[in-house]
Structures are given as structure tokens and as C-alpha cells.
Design a protein around this ligand. Sequence first.
Ligand code: GLA
Length: 416
Amino acid sequence: MQGRVQLRMLLAGWLVFFFSCAAIGAAAQGVLAATPKPATPTSALTPPMGWNSWNFFAGKVTDKDIRDTADLLVSTGMRDAGYVYVNIDDTWEGQRDASGKIQSNAKFPDMKALADYVHSKGLKLGIYSSPGPTTCARFEGSLGHEDQDAATYAEWGIDYLKYDLCSYGGVMKTQAPDDPAAQNRLMHEAYEKMHQAIMKTGRPMVFSLCQYGWDSVWEWAPQVGGNLWRTTGDISPNFDRMSLIGRSQAGLAKFAGPGHWNDPDMLEVGNGRLTIDENRAHMTLWAILAAPLIAGNNLTEMKPEIAAILMNKEVIAIDQDTLGRQGDRVFADGPLEIWAKPLKSGAGHKSVAVAIFNFGESPSEMRNDTLHLKEMGFAGSVFARDVWAAKDLGKITDQYKVSIPRHAVVLLTLHQ
Ligand code: GLA
């Protein structure tokens, strides 16, 4: 009974998502009424794509790793598949000079030369800092030097900034003890301060907020210039953590759109011991979520099967679809979940990407479950393509059945 009630609630939610987006938009604006509207987006019109050093190299990353990665993004075809940002995460920072200007440390001898090299490959360079006195790895943060740091980044030729709360959490607690609302205001102001600092440089930089989703960041991040914002704590290269993070994005679709995206953290595809099915499920879920696709694997030893997952053109096209709608969960029956993402459609046509996941530990069949086509706005049969199998299925109905191995997914695109 309870299951049926939950199911009904899920379906109702999906109907609202599909048919009342204007109303949802208005409601979201109501939530944000107190803050000014974000300007018309000019950057990150589709979810940013690139590579970041943290998930594989962590604190060991060097200038050479970044140059090698830039070379490999080109030679493997990753750049041409859309992965254009090369983002240096934490541990590049050195001391400040007498004037307070940030220096890179010995691992990064010349940041401007590195930016020139990355740009010469047709790529863009990203960097990392914190609004606090120190970063999460305890390197120099930007507190009190926001304008100076943004100007330095612009001078180096930086195109993207990940701004990670880290020690600023402590500053918030010290400045507004026992007052969570005031602490949150301080946090918003800290992000707005760096947003303004970037604007003053006149150089476009994608602004990536990282504060682990605190204070429902999706409700206010666009107002402080966020092009993307982390919605959760850190991902790690195992299926449980990845799927927990991915599934927790249910309900956040209404906050994403061109220029501003929910970020369930960077990809772990190719890292740890993720199996091929698990890597595919990860890539699929991120594509359905219109999540930023920031790879984090070691490109110097990328296996062909991992390259095939990261560079699957049809999956990337689902993520990058210019309608810019994040998908959501349509149906759940224990470990079996159906997620769908509306795609840009031609006149008189309707297109949706649908992923049927088995998050469970044993193979699963759809048995009595249907595809829930009606809830996606389809009537009758639809033309389907199995994306990972690269196979047109012809016309299918709501009764289409699949068996799915543990931790695997079937990804379909449907057209009517
Ligand atoms: C935090 C972030 C990670 C990474 C590290 C670097 O944990 O969430 O993505 O940037 O800091 O120290």
C-alpha cells in the first residue's frame, strides 16, 4: 500500500515536471524573489565538459601531468568529443609575494606558460581556490585577496574557477556563532565577492561553486554567478558512493538550465575498480542529470573500453542537449529505477532519453513494470534506440521488457 502511494507520488511529480514547467519556473522564481535574477547566461549554455586533476592525481598533480593530459585530450579524441576544460584542482598554490599576489608552487613553475600551452591545444584552463584562508588540502586560499586573485587568474589566462568552501566554514562559525542563518548569509556573500571579482577582470570564467550542497545551494547559486554548483559531498570511485550521489539528485531538475547546472561531482569513469557496467551506469546517470562531465581518470593509461564510454557520442549528446533540461526519476521499484530526460525535439516530434537502472546486487527483470511512457508524455508506441548497444529497436510499446545485470543500465532514446 505504502509502495503504491509512493509510486503515485512519484508519477504525480513526473507529470508536474513534464506538463507544468512554466508553473515550476514561476514557483522557483517565487523562492528566489528576494534576490535579483541572474543575467541572461552567456557561458556554460550546456553542462561544462572537461577533465580535473583531483580524482586521480589528488595532491600529487604537477605541471607535467597537466601538459600530458592536454596532449592526450587531443590525441585520444576527448577534446573533439567536447572535453575542453583542463582543470587544476587543489595543491597548485604557493605563497603570496610582498604585494600579496598569489604564486604557484614548485610543482607549477610558470602558470602563464602552462595556460599558453593548454590554449595552444585548443583547450581551456581551470584553476581552484577557496573563499577561506586555506583550501581543503591546507594550501593558500583567497580570503581577503579576492580581487587580486581573480586579476592574477585573468593575467595567467584562466577560463574556469572552482571555488571550494573548505576553511571558510570555520570563518562562518567564528563570525556568527550559533546563528546558522547568518552563517549562510556570510557564505552567499563570500561567493558573490569572488563573482564580482571575476566580473571586474573582464575575462569570462566559468564559476564553479563547491560547498557540498549546503543551504540548498541550487536555490541561490545562480544569483551569486554560479554556472555550476556541487550538490553533494565528494564522490569516490565505487558504485555505492556514485549511485548514492546520483540518485540523490531526484527533484533538483527544476533548478538546472542553460548557464546554471547542478553538479553531482566529477566523473570517476575509469577510476578505482568500477566495472564496465558500473562505468556505463555512472556515465548514463550523469548524462540523464545534465551534469557537468568532468572526467577524472589518468589519460596516460586510458583503456579502449573506458575511452568508448567517455566518448560515446550519443550519450554525450543526451547530456549536452540544447534544451538544457535535467532529467528526473519517473519510477522506482526497489533497485529498479527509470529516469527520463526530455530532449530537444523537431517540430511535431517529441524526444526523451530513458535510462532503466538496476542499482541492486542481482540481475533484475522488469516483470510487471512498464516503461511508463504516458508519464513521459507519449501516447501509444514510440520509436526506440538502444544507445549503448547502438541499435535501433523500431517501434516499442509500454510493455517493452528488459533484463538488467547488477549495477547495469539500459539507455534508450525514444521519439514520437
Ligand atoms: C574538496 C572538494 C574536492 C577537492 C578537494 C581538494 O574535498 O570537494 O572536489 O577539490 O577538496 O582539496
